[in-house]
Design a protein around this ligand. Structure first.
Ligand code: SF4
Length: 291
């Protein structure tokens, strides 16, 4: 479990594809990414409580530490005024909860200016790394937001659900803040059906809905954590036989397309070095093999 945050020699091997999720193409200023039509991501900071070695945004660590400022917020307001198709904001980073409550309040106030935004997500690993950060001040800010804010936790292993994390979850629930969890499938950490089921059951038992199981993106320094796509799909096929309450959606990032939850119509064929992924409408994409 600790391997998620401890550096190791495999990071130096040099495999991996920079900006695998192609966010650079969709970045509108330092703090906004508009990749999908109905939603946009606000990058609140490039700082985190701990730095997960598999992070698909690890390129942000190369920058000097920064937090969202007034000029970034003005730029976001200008952009949202012109883009009514955006109905949902995802506050992410870095970890947005490394901001103070006051800084976060200012950010949520901006999001609340827009009638078209019906909901927001706050994606944070604070419940895993710093559960005391989920304090009464934060809970009040989330509760008072006009737009419903969903808290997106990120637990990868049942061992992360310690008493601090459970207390944090309880504080959010008592305030009526809904919680969804995302998990990254990580070789050597949680790529066993038994481990994942145990995590998902524990979460659902605490009232947290397992929402997404993501394929680990093979970014530079993290490719050693990525399971092969076909191996991931086999794991998911086994998971999918269990209760819909505990099983999240599986998704992988397909360069040139975006997030895919394979289902009816998608075809994946093994090529010599890559997988050929064919969409239901016949478009062809390539995905790196890692077996
Ligand atoms: S906390 Fe989130 S943003 Fe920060 S390193 Fe971990 S996965 Fe990346």
């Amino acid at each position: 479990m600790e391997r998620q945050i401890i550096t190791c020699p495999e990071e130096q091997v040099g495999r991996g594809i920079a900006d695998f999720c192609e966010e650079g193409k969709y970045q509108r200023g330092r703090s906004l990414i508009h990749k999908y039509p109905d939603r946009a991501v606000i990058l609140a900071t490039n700082q985190c409580f701990q730095y997960c070695r598999f992070c698909f945004r690890s390129n942000l660590w190369l920058e000097k530490p920064w937090k969202i400022g007034s000029e970034d917020l003005r730029q976001i307001v200008r952009y949202l005024r012109k883009h009514f198709e955006i109905k949902e904001i995802i506050i992410s980073g870095g970890d947005p909860l490394t901001l103070t409550n006051q800084e976060l309040f200012k950010l949520i106030k901006v999001v609340n200016l827009f009638q078209q935004l019906k909901l927001g997500r706050l994606a944070s690993r604070a419940l895993s790394f710093c559960p005391d950060r989920v304090d009464s001040g934060l809970v009040r800010i989330l509760k008072q937001s006009h737009n419903r804010i969903w808290f997106i936790s990120h637990f990868n292993h049942p061992g992360e659900l310690n008493s601090g994390a459970r207390q944090g979850i309880k504080r959010l629930f008592e305030a009526g803040i809904p919680i969804l969890n995302q998990t990254v499938l990580l070789k050597g950490i949680n790529n066993r059906v038994k481990t994942l089921l145990s995590l998902f059951r524990e979460l659902a038992g605490l009232g947290v809905k397992p929402y997404y199981l993501f394929q680990c993106d093979p970014v530079p320094g993290a490719a050693y954590f990525a399971t092969d796509l076909i191996a991931s799909l086999k794991i998911y096929e086994k998971l999918n036989r269990y209760s819909g309450i505990i099983v999240p959606r599986f998704a992988f990032e397909l360069p040139g397309y975006g997030k895919v939850s394979p289902g009816a119509g998608w075809r994946i064929k093994r090529g010599e070095r890559n997988y050929l992924v064919v969409s239901p409408s016949g478009e062809r994409y390539s995905y790196p093999r890692n077996d």
